[in-house]
Design a protein around this ligand. Structure first.
Ligand code: PHE
Length: 340
């Protein structure tokens, strides 16, 4: 009896390839699956078998029936003309999430744009620099006590004689840039910097700076002050005066600390600015003669200014962020607040 079923299936498989129209398909259906078709006929026959055998053959019967149904359904889909796709023009579309820049990157972009408007070139440095670039070239030879200011992350492997480190400041690129660019020059160098610090709400292992460098062509502190005032005012969307205070850096002379009017209390004095009405936002000065010499320039004929600002601090002030560690936390509750 099983053989009979096998033959039915075989025949169905053979016929499968001869079916070209829906009419052929209907004949196929009637022949095999119709009320008086081959399969139903078979049922009539095996109804009278003993129980056990019936169960066995029944299983195979079901298999054959399913196979033939499958042939039928597949052909039906193939032969029926594709239905016209109906669509509802009023149906709301699926929302596509568009990515956006992290608030830090977005802020750096904005600051960069201001520098470009002022005629500055934007340069990119490297995060790994040599000891020479980060220190010696900036008038900080080995054992210079000012190296202490920078909690340096050294890289173990030397390449040749050079020791490598993660740049502690974007000033590391000053000499190389002065050497390679035509004078007079105005450049801004944004980038990530690293210091081996214990982290807390105001200190991070890695943070961003932007270096500002102007050589020749009237590059004096008055110009630098004007440039910084425009950059800060554009960033905070309000007029902000910049003031300088004497300071010390080995690579500038004179050296200055850069202050803006406290953006929280507008200079009246508050907890953040410790009642001074001022906030420190960076370091600056006139490029030290030794640095100019290192870049191959005669300090009697050439001159320039340099400044460096930390970016996280500015972003924290603008958006009232109270913990610098949030920037690297990858916490979406934080990140998603700043979709500008
Ligand atoms: N590189 C200094 C720092 O990171 C800042 C600075 C830059 C000071 C340029 C003077 C001139 O602290």
């Amino acid at each position: 009896m099983k053989e009979e079923l096998e033959n039915i299936l075989k025949e169905a498989h053979q016929l499968e390839f001869e079916i070209k129209t829906l009419e052929d398909l209907e004949n196929f259906r009637i022949k095999f699956l119709g009320r008086k078709g081959l399969l139903n006929n078979f049922v009539e026959k095996f109804k009278d078998l003993p129980r056990e055998e019936r169960a066995k053959i029944g299983e195979y019967f079901n298999y054959v029936k399913n196979e033939i149904k499958k042939i039928y359904e597949d052909l039906k889909i193939k032969l029926e003309k594709p239905k016209k796709i109906k669509f509802d023009i009023a149906h709301p579309g699926e929302k596509i999430e568009i990515g956006y820049l992290n608030i830090l990157k977005e802020s750096i972009k904005k600051i960069r744009e201001t520098f470009v408007k002022l005629g500055f070139d934007i340069e990119k440095g490297r995060e790994i620099v040599t000891e020479y670039e980060n220190f010696d070239s900036l008038n900080m030879p080995k054992f210079h006590p000012a190296r202490e200011m920078f909690d340096t992350l050294w890289i173990k492997n030397k390449i040749g004689k050079d020791r490598y480190l993660l740049r502690t400041h974007t000033s590391a690129h000053q000499v190389e840039i002065i050497k390679n660019k035509k004078l007079p020059l105005r450049v801004a160098i944004p980038g990530k910097t690293f210091r081996h610090e214990a982290t807390d709400v105001r200190h991070e292992f890695q943070f961003h700076q932007i270096e500002i460098l102007g050589i020749d062509g009237g590059a004096n502190l008055q110009e630098l002050k004007g440039v910084l005032e425009i950059v800060f005012s554009e960033f905070f969307n309000k007029k902000l005066d910049v003031s300088f205070k004497a300071s010390y850096f080995p690579f500038t002379e004179p050296s200055l600390e850069v202050y803006i009017k406290c953006v929280i209390c507008n200079g009246k004095g508050c907890q953040l600015c410790k009642n001074s009405g001022l906030l420190e936002v960076g370091g600056a000065g006139m490029v030290h003669p030794n640095v100019l010499k290192e870049a191959g320039l005669d300090p009697k004929e050439h001159y320039g200014y340099a400044a460096g600002m930390g970016i996280e601090r500015l972003v924290m002030l603008k958006y009232k962020i109270d913990d610098i560690r949030l920037f690297n936390s990858q916490d979406l509750r934080f990140i998603n607040q700043f979709r500008l």
